[in-house]
Design a protein around this ligand. Structure first.
Ligand code: PLP
Length: 374
């Protein structure tokens, strides 16, 4: 049975070149980058070359890239330090953020009594920018936290527009860009933004490593305390092989971006055309102009199919998801779709299908065939 992986928004396969790079670093550059001897200096050089390479892809100075263990950590760090150290009194975010932002903001609200305002979300899952402008016209020192590409619907936020609006209103701007780094061009000199975060396993790198972009002189302080690594902002011996793998993965993602994006966009179009033929009553959850690698669809099946659909597809070797990975095992409705669908539609089966360059039209055919059997 051919296995079909269509869950690339959850995580991606590591590129062979990345594994090679990581293996080399693990075998040869095992020194502690904080040691002053040649072993340490070698590891330090791998670390700093990786930082430079990542910074180059985003067009920022290397010192503005801080390595973390994952996207979740980077989001937690930025939001918490913004409140504790930068004295942010109010956070504007949305109810369709990843839980790494949403639950962090809720914890900060409980602990520090920060004011939290949720910007309105339109029926197609887009952020209501007029409402954001309205919210920004009132209130205390504010941080806006809005994600770039939604991990469930693929809806894309215009980062440049939001960055300018935040700047005009003297608000800090943080974006969870975990789903877009490595998958679309990001020139961080082209628009104002203070903080963003990335996670290597979303762009064909290893799990357990990510980074934060922290604009110079931001005043952010560390989340926890220890050594002087990462200029004291993120203590703990750096995972040199993971970081080298992440840098390699990002470099390859951007080197191959045009061809891979064209291929993946074609697959998404093909999937939509096949669904139109086989399930003419299906609908897209989110904007029809969503990100090229992802499609979230509401299928014209009865409610009683909802609990079994993933299991049924899994039995046929097909991996998709119902939302974010952490929710896909539960039958709890997605908090993102809950902002967009009626109660009746929310109970029906929705699927998130997310592609990578490894996928083919045959994968789409196998998925659509399997859905016909439900
Ligand atoms: N933010 C978004 C939008 C995500 O999709 C994810 C991963 O699912 C995360 C944050 C968490 O990233 P990590 O797995 O590196 O903690």
């Amino acid at each position: 049975m051919k296995k079909v992986y269509l869950d690339n928004a959850s995580t991606t396969a590591i590129r062979a070149e990345v594994i090679q790079e990581m293996t080399k670093v693990m075998a040869q550059d095992y020194g502690n980058p904080s040691s002053t001897h040649s072993f340490g200096r070698n590891a330090k050089s791998v670390l700093e070359l990786s930082r430079k390479s990542i910074a180059r892809q985003l067009n920022v100075p290397a010192q503005e890239i801080i390595f973390t263990s994952c996207g979740t950590e980077a989001n937690n760090w930025i939001l918490r330090s913004a409140v504790v150290d930068l004295k942010v009194k109010r956070i504007i975010t949305s109810k369709i953020e990843h839980h790494a932002v949403l639950y962090t903001v809720q914890a900060l609200q409980r602990e520090f009594d920060v004011q939290v305002d949720y910007v309105a979300v339109k029926a197609n899952g887009e952020i209501d920018i007029t409402d954001l402008v309205e919210l920004l016209s009132q209130g205390n020192k504010t941080l806006v936290s809005l994600m770039h590409v939604n991990n469930e619907t693929g809806n894309v936020l215009d980062l440049k527009r939001i960055g300018v609006i935040c700047e005009e209103n003297s608000a800090l701007f943080h974006s969870d860009t975990v789903q877009s780094v490595g998958k679309t061009e990001l020139d961080l000199q082209a628009f104002p933004i203070d903080f963003l975060v990335a996670s290597a396993h979303k762009f064909h790198g290893p799990k357990g490593v990510g980074f934060a972009f922290i604009r110079k002189n931001s005043g952010l302080q560390p989340l926890f305390y220890g050594g002087e690594q990462e200029k004291g902002l993120r203590p703990g011996t750096e995972a040199v092989h993971q970081i080298a793998g992440m840098a390699k993965a990002l470099e390859l993602s951007y080197a191959n971006l045009e061809t891979e994006r064209t291929h993946i966009s074609e697959l998404k179009k093909y999937l939509i055309s096949q669904l139109e033929i086989e399930f003419p009553e299906f609908s897209i959850n989110g904007s029809p102009d969503g990100f090229y690698n992802m499609l979230n669809v509401l299928l014209p099946f009865s409610e009683d199919k909802t609990a079994m659909i993933l299991f049924h597809l899994d039995m046929k070797g097909i991996a998709v998801s119902r939302g974010s990975a952490c929710q896909s095992g539960s039958i709890k409705a997605s908090h993102v779709l809950a902002e967009m669908l009626s109660d009746a539609d929310l109970k029906k089966p929705s699927l998130r299908i997310s592609f990578s360059h490894h996928n083919s039209k045959e994968d789409v055919d196998l998925l659509v065939d399997a859905l016909k059997g439900i």
